[in-house]
Design a protein around this ligand. Structure first.
Ligand code: COA
Length: 164
């Protein structure tokens, strides 16, 4: 199980200083999540897919909000052994301000606390910003899924992180 909101917000006291607020997302945030998906991904999750994800106990998502609303989020799925990062995105005007790194570090802290063996994700070979983000946070390339993405036929790189 993912830790409760009370347990993880302590890690984010510095975010409050930046007038941002971190929250665990719920089904009522599906519309805002979908709006970010549309801005950030070529194959966005629909609002219905976002809403349905919250019905799964193994799913969780954490979002950063400013006064206008949700500016970025990370969504996760966990098995007994592993946390998988499904999506991480920040709206274009708020990029390069360290928000994705904050969200990713939160995931790594959660993973340590949950005692899983590691964190895994897939990324398009051409997604240089995301690859730089993951490598900068200690992820290592673990494999390739050939022609994984149906829209472009791009390969997916598999990245993993293990607590040490
Ligand atoms: C990838 C993404 C989440 C990064 O969000 P962000 O908030 O701008 O990232 P951060 O500001 O936290 O950057 C952290 C590090 O990532 C790397 N990075 C981020 N954007 C980068 C870019 N455009 N070019 C090169 N490196 C980049 C850098 O190493 C950066 O550290 P630095 O700013 O100290 O150099 C954002 O570009 C995005 O939403 N992209 C579209 C969705 C997506 O592709 N998600 C990943 C799916 S696998």
């Amino acid at each position: 199980m993912f830790p409760s909101e009370k347990e993880f917000t302590g890690d984010f006291s510095h975010v409050a200083v930046k007038r941002l607020c971190l929250k665990r997302l719920e089904a009522r945030h599906a519309e805002a999540m979908h709006a970010i998906e549309r801005k950030c991904f070529s194959l966005p999750w629909s609002e219905a897919q976002c809403r349905a994800a919250f019905e799964q106990r193994a799913f969780a998502a954490f979002g950063l909000f400013d006064r206008q609303g949700l500016i970025g989020y990370v969504s996760l799925y966990h098995t007994p052994d592993e946390v998988e990062i499904l999506n991480i995105a920040v709206v274009p005007p708020r990029r390069r301000q360290g928000h994705a790194r904050r969200l990713l570090r939160l995931v790594l802290r959660l993973a340590r606390r949950m005692g899983v063996q590691g964190v895994a994700l897939e990324v398009r070979t051409g997604n240089a910003p995301a690859i730089a983000l993951y490598e900068g946070c200690g992820f290592r390339r673990a494999g390739v899924r050939r022609r994984y993405y149906v829209d472009t036929g791009e390969d997916a790189l598999i990245y993993t992180w293990s607590p040490s």
